[in-house]
Design a protein around this ligand. Structure first.
Ligand code: DGY
Length: 341
């Protein structure tokens, strides 16, 4: 896209970016918001602390568009303050931090960034699977703590894990990321079962009911958006219906899982481990019982955290925003109903 600056009511469009991206700029040697600054009247939140609700409300007064990240809770009350807002462009595939109905009612176009983080997130799901099954974190910690002693140099029963080859992976959700995980899993010699709400068929994935995924899979990996239908899907009863000794991997959204029920299932030995990148409340609180379980590997929502993917996400979010400001259809709109209003 080569146009701009974009105009609203006879003046240059005002855009507020909720993240200055200084760290990304240092890594890249360039300003990721350069394009946005050249085509709009762009102001940015220039603090290392995330804007709280009041800061968001104050910053959005008089803005035409918002470039935000997934920690910004954009609810109806925030939109209420931002009376002129036309576009919310989120640098994320998930849009559960945005009240889509409220945005649609107000005629605000919401865009997101699917596609560009597929491989990166799938790689983290596989990384967590390998880390949990081969007890990598526990083994690393023991070496650092001096527990690798001459007597324990190589033990026939030391750090016994689980093989991927010959095991069964169950995918809950078969969108782009689920499919990318399936392709990688097949290369490791896993049989792959999958369930999706849409019933979509994926080559190499045996499509079965959710009950069968949970009952038969040695490892279950979640790849669903957080919606009213999916929140709490992995509740106590779903976790209990997983195969004894199974492992749960979650790189999607934390609120898909009842975390306390997961702690119970792990503590009781019904499940043998979990690899979690996402949590119902982020950051995970220091007293959270998940932190006490050595069979769980925890990462701080880093599914899309590679330099290449993060810049692709920013570029796509800016392109979406630019398209919406110029009256074109953005590449990825999260509330397409807004156009039929
Ligand atoms: C997203 O884009 O929704 C991811 O969770 C970011 O890692």
């Amino acid at each position: 896209m080569t146009q701009g600056p974009y105009r609203v009511d006879g003046r240059t469009a005002r855009v507020w970016a909720s993240d200055a991206m200084a760290g990304l700029a240092r890594r890249l040697g360039r300003d990721p918001l350069q394009r946005l600054r050249s085509i709009t009247d762009c102001s940015v939140w220039d603090s290392t602390r995330r804007p709280d609700r009041e800061a968001l409300r104050a910053a959005l007064v008089g803005q035409d568009a918002l470039l935000c990240v997934l920690t910004d809770q954009i609810d109806a009350a925030v939109m209420e303050t931002a009376r002129g807002l036309r576009v919310i462009s989120s640098i994320s595939v998930g849009v559960d931090h945005i009240d889509l109905d409220a945005a649609t009612q107000r005629g605000i176009i919401v865009t997101n960034t699917p596609g560009v983080l597929v491989e990166t997130t799938a790689e983290l799901a596989i990384a967590l699977l390998l880390t949990v099954t081969r007890r990598v974190v526990e083994a690393d910690a023991d070496v650092r703590r001096g527990h690798w002693t001459p007597e324990a140099r190589w033990q026939i029963d030391g750090y016994l894990g689980k093989d991927l080859a010959g095991s069964t992976l169950g995918l809950v959700g078969l969108g782009a990321i689920g499919q990318a995980v399936a392709a990688r899993a097949q290369a490791f010699g896993l049989r792959v079962l999958g369930w999706s709400r849409s019933g979509r068929k994926v080559p190499g994935v045996e499509r079965v009911s959710l009950d069968r995924v949970l009952a038969e899979a040695d490892f279950v990996s979640l790849h669903l958006a957080s919606t009213d239908e999916t929140r709490g899907l992995m509740d106590a009863s779903a976790l209990q219906s997983m195969k004894p000794g199974a492992i749960l991997i979650n790189t999607a959204r934390g609120d898909l899982v009842d975390e306390l029920a997961l702690v119970d299932a792990l503590s009781a030995g019904h499940l043998s481990g979990a690899g979690l990148d996402v949590f119902a409340q982020e950051p995970l609180s220091q007293g959270h019982p998940l932190l006490t379980l050595p069979s769980v590997v925890l990462t701080p929502h880093i599914g899309s955290a590679t330099e290449g993917t993060r810049i692709r996400m920013v570029d796509l979010a800016v392109a979406n925003l630019e398209a919406a400001l110029s009256g074109q259809n953005p590449l990825h709109c999260a509330n397409p109903d807004v156009f039929s209003r």
